[in-house]
Write a protein that binds this ligand. Sequence first.
Ligand code: NYM
Ligand code: MG
Length: 219
Amino acid sequence: MMGRRGALIILEGVDRAGKTTQCKKLVQALQKNGRPAEMMRFPDRTTMIGQMISSYLEKKTNLEDHTVHLLFSANRWELAPLIKKKLQQGVTLVVDRYAFSGVAFTSAKPGFCLEWCRNPDVGLPKPDLVLFLQLSPAEAAKRGQFGVERYETSDFQQTVQHRFNQLMKDPSLNWQVMDATKGMEDLHQEILRQSEAAIAEAESQPIKELWKEGSAVPC
Ligand code: NYM
Ligand code: MG
């Protein structure tokens, strides 16, 4: 008999929404509930491709915009076999950013449309749940200064937010918008509840492919 597969759960949102904190809390809580769960993050800066991305984000190197977009995607593809293997082994994966950040950040640059940005990620393991941590630019500003990495300016983040809004209109994905202004613990409980539901739902379903059946969101 086939074992029950794990769920692919993604946390998305603009910078400083609390994704990393919530990913860690979710993994701990799932493990405490007796569920095998592990955290991953994108970009994964530990691989060779990840190191190129990291150096770009730290502004140590420059890369042409299409090129870096494809590297972010390649960074997901190089880990796709591991993602599938873990899910099939029954491990639930909690992932800090995925293809949605890829599309939202690149398409926030002039001259890029959603369609082009989405293409390299078509066919990746499809998430069972995408939790979007919603935080207004004003609330984000209260959380302190931006870092020094590329993209960390409020103008750019505002465009990124618009792009996320467009992506969230896609009904082929299980988007759940979370109010990230809530207290950390309340937010965690809500995320845990949504995740447990997605895990129960995923158990009986095959792993699907992202954006394969097309998307209603135009360029
Ligand atoms: N980012 C992240 C992209 O531009 N494209 C992608 O595909 C992904 C996964 O990298 N500002 C951007 C969003 C962030 C930056 O992410 C680094 P983090 O979570 O701060 O390490
Ligand atoms: Mg960051």
